[in-house]
Design a protein around this ligand. Structure first.
Ligand SMILES: *Cc1c(COP(=O)(O)O)cnc(C)c1O
Length: 495
């Protein structure tokens, strides 16, 4: 079956997978969605015998139907290799009655590596396939983890340049150090005086700016996106849900066909949307549990059907989830609206103009697959401490938000279905918050002393990604206000 992609805001758009990957965002401001979600064509039992790479092929070939078998297999083997510190790529760890799916074994120790280690390969293959001669300029807004993962993926990739915009005071010290020490002549890292939403809005405006597009084209450049709005990021993220289920089946933790729940620490709604697509593909997932931190706009939405971003932005200890405009939710809204681009476009217009939209009761019916809740800062710290003291297993702050929400879910529903909690970052990436949750007196120590101490108490080797930045030189010093972002881009490109 050949899958084509349309826009969530314009039904007349019809492009191939590789064209959707190249463009990132549709010209009408909408997101690309597959015209239909394909169904898994191998059995769960067959999947349970597959490696990560084989699972990736079995899933991705169904979505990226204009890639040849060889092209896709080359992309997969270039991405999921020894950059990961375990051959399993995404191991499952059992602790205190749940399974933690560890998605932080890649080059930058956060789950963004799962998609961003393959996206550059998908993009360059897509450029070749569509006879694009322009250089591809990747524009990325980051709440902390996407930036480094995208930089690592695109650094020195021929035919590409990458610019990353992050909130100057909104990321962890280790996240910032990881980004500003990035090598590669094609990389540019910029701190924004503002929050993530301002950075993301700035990037979206540049994508929609036709004058800028024209100017760039005259100099042989075209934009693409490494944000989770790119379908080339969403599709690789479906893989690990299938792999996790198959892994539980293989270990005889579940029966063939038994439904499981997944808990996803959520910001931009990309990761949990991938889980939803996995469910639509036929993977037996019962509840999709959406975990928020104190920026609980999604929890309120699930409770009331009203999305309202008009509220104070909270800086929390889980900065990669400090988001008030969850871009990928648009793909769900579009589906709930019966794949009606016009209806969806009206909601999004309302969001842009007033910061609010409200879905209909009929649309709310479709939300029954989801459960939303949130964990406060205090609850998050408590979860880290309790799980560590009970089992010795140390969670990062984002995963702790998910674990705290799972606790609330179990208390409210008494549901005993086997549950996978998605572990999105290594605790080493948020060392200070993690260590002070365990014992507040750690706050007196320096960042790298804490790294050593975490390694000792968790009995976990310090990841390569952390060792690298201990002594690395800061190479990027640019800062700007959000409205100056286009100028920064032009200066970097000499346009
Ligand atoms: C990006 C990120 C999230 C949020 O994922 P979304 O796909 O944006 O919902 C959660 N945890 C960590 C560590 C992240 O880097």
């Amino acid at each position: 079956m050949n899958i084509m992609y349309t826009s969530t805001r314009d039904a007349s758009v019809k492009v191939t997978a590789s064209q959707a990957i190249l463009k990132g965002l549709s010209a009408d401001g909408g997101l690309f969605v597959p015209e239909q979600v394909p169904v898994l064509d191998v059995s769960l039992k067959e999947l349970s015998a597959m490696t990560y790479q084989e699972t990736a092929y079995a899933v991705m070939k169904l979505f990226l139907t204009d890639f040849t078998e060889q092209e896709l297999k080359d992309c997969i083997s270039a991405a999921y290799d020894s950059k990961f510190d375990t051959a399993q790529i995404a191991p499952l760890v059992s602790a205190d009655g749940a399974y933690y799916l560890e998605l932080f074994h890649g080059a930058t120790i956060a789950f963004k590596d799962m998609a961003l280690s393959i996206l550059p390969h998908l993009l360059t293959a897509s450029a070749k396939k569509n006879h694009v001669d322009n250089e591809i300029v990747i524009l990325t807004a980051t709440s902390g983890d996407t930036g480094k993962a995208a930089l690592a993926g695109f650094a020195d990739v021929a035919g590409t340049k990458i610019l990353v915009f992050y909130p100057k005071n909104g990321v962890s010290p280790i996240q910032e150090k990881q980004m500003v020490t990035q090598k590669g002549a094609n990389t540019c890292v910029v701190g924004i005086h503002g929050n993530f939403d301002e950075a993301q809005t700035g990037v979206k405006q540049m994508f929609a700016d036709q004058t800028l597009e024209q100017e760039l084209a005259e100099h042989g450049y075209q934009f693409s996106s490494a944000n989770s709005i790119n379908i080339g990021r969403l599709v690789p993220q479906i893989v690990y849900y299938v792999y996790a289920y198959a892994g539980l089946l293989e270990k005889k933790e579940i029966q063939d066909g038994e439904s499981i729940n997944v808990v996803v620490p959520t910001g931009n709604f990309g990761n949990i949307l991938a889980a939803y697509y996995a469910k639509l593909m036929g993977l037996p997932i019962a509840k999709l549990i959406c975990a928020s931190n104190e920026n609980k706009v999604l929890y309120d939405f699930f409770e009331t059907g009203r999305y309202d971003k008009n509220r104070a932005f909270q800086l929390t200890s889980s900065p990669s989830m400090d988001i008030l405009i969850s871009s990928n939710l648009e793909r769900l809204i579009y589906r709930l609206a019966g794949n009606d681009a016009q209806k969806n476009a009206a909601f999004m217009k309302s969001l842009t103009e007033t910061g609010v939209y409200e879905i209909t009761d009929a649309m709310r019916e479709g939300l029954q697959d989801f459960y939303g809740n949130y964990a406060s800062e205090e609850e998050t710290a408590q979860v880290i401490k309790e799980l560590y003291e009970k089992t010795g297993y140390v969670l990062d702050t984002h995963t702790a938000v998910a674990s705290g929400v799972y606790k609330k879910y179990k208390e409210q529903t008494a549901d005993t279905a086997k549950t996978v909690i998605v572990s999105t970052a290594s605790p080493f990436k948020f060392t200070r918050s993690v260590m002070t949750a365990i014992d507040p007196s750690y706050d007196a120590k320096g960042d790298f002393e804490l790294v050593d101490e975490l390694s000792r108490i968790a009995n976990r080797k310090i990841p390569q990604a952390i060792e690298q930045i201990r002594t690395a030189e800061v190479l990027h010093h640019t800062e700007c206000d959000a409205p100056q972002m286009p100028e920064v881009v032009k200066r970097f490109l000499n346009v």
